[in-house]
Write a protein that binds this ligand. Structure first.
Ligand SMILES: Nc1ncnc2c1ncn2[C@@H]1O[C@H](COP(=O)(O)OP(=O)(O)OP(=O)(O)O)[C@@H](O)[C@H]1O
Ligand SMILES: CC(C)(CO)[C@@H](O)C(=O)NCCC(=O)O
Ligand SMILES: [K+]
Length: 247
């Protein structure tokens, strides 16, 4: 069985595949928690591991070492590349492009075979444009929903609430009459506005001939902004299998 890891800034997404497909998976908030979660799953026999990480080199190599020793496997880590599976990295310095963005693009281009806009809504929100010939035109990075709301709570005196009390705040997006709803709806509208701006740009480039892929934890919150969006929560894993194939 193959263990796949997508190590983002806040969470580590993981899943285990057998020859038929995914058999298990989850989201962990620390390397220790990750190992506990995997060990708690009965009947997993991990023989290989592939991983993408956007964390620091030190954190990444500590995670690799922990996985390697716990499960006695080699860990295959994605490295930056200027080309992969028909996609050309568009960064001036290809090594600087986030590897999660790179894999999501490679996954998106593999699924669409043509022009695509890839939006990843996690800790940060990213947009990347891939042309019909696989050329990455570049992209954008902005703060994700939790970062936006945390910044407001950190830098104001009178905006304070916990996540539990925000439940239900997004049932509609009308002007709000409480602080919680005003912040929650305001931040979501910023995110949706960002997404709309990306789609408008895609339309300027490609007319109607393009696909939009949405991925990351907050993808569902913007899906209705985009006509024909494909929400693919495991898009980074689609790219991971391309970057680290096991023959
Ligand atoms: N216990 C949990 N804590 C946090 N998120 C969870 C939990 N269980 C499931 N999730 C889901 O995990 C996903 C986290 O993915 P997300 O893309 O937000 O990752 P991230 O690490 O915050 O971002 P990034 O990958 O950009 O660093 C979300 O879909 C979230 O709803
Ligand atoms: C933008 C994030 C944080 C998104 O997870 C990640 O892709 C990253 O750390 N990228 C490096 C900077 C860049 O892509 O230009
Ligand atoms: K991500």
């Amino acid at each position: 069985m193959i263990l796949e890891l997508d190590c983002g800034n806040s969470f580590i997404k993981w899943r285990v595949l057998d020859s038929e497909g995914p058999v298990s998976g989850g989201v962990a908030d620390s390397p220790e928690g990750l190992i506990v979660e995997i060990l708690a799953c009965p009947e997993l026999s991990i023989t290989r591991c592939r991983m993408v990480s956007v964390r620091s080199d030190v954190e990444t190599s500590n995670l690799v070492a922990a996985i390697a020793s716990e499960f006695s496997v080699e860990v295959d880590c994605v490295a930056p590349a200027s080309m992969l599976a028909g996609v050309t990295n568009g960064y001036k310095d290809f090594e600087r492009l986030g590897l999660d963005r790179w894999l999501a693009m490679v996954g998106g281009y593999k699924l669409s075979g043509g022009p695509c806009l890839v939006l990843d809504l996690g800790t940060a929100v990213t947009a990347d444009f891939v042309d019909s010939d696989g050329q990455h035109k570049g992209g954008f990075i902005c703060p994700g929903l939790s970062l936006m709301r945390n910044q407001l709570q950190t830098h104001t005196r009178r905006i304070r609430y916990d996540a539990a009390s925000a439940k239900g705040a997004l049932q509609c997006l009308e002007p709000a009459n409480t602080t919680i709803e005003a912040v929650e709806r305001g931040c979501l509208l910023m995110l949706r506005g960002f997404v709309s701006a990306q789609v408008q740009l895609a339309r300027e480039y490609w007319g109607d001939d393009y696909r939009v892929f949405l991925t990351g934890g907050d993808a569902d919150l913007v899906a209705d902004v985009v006509v024909d969006a494909r929400v693919i929560k495991d898009l980074v894993f689609v790219g991971l299998a391309v970057a680290c194939p096991f023959s």
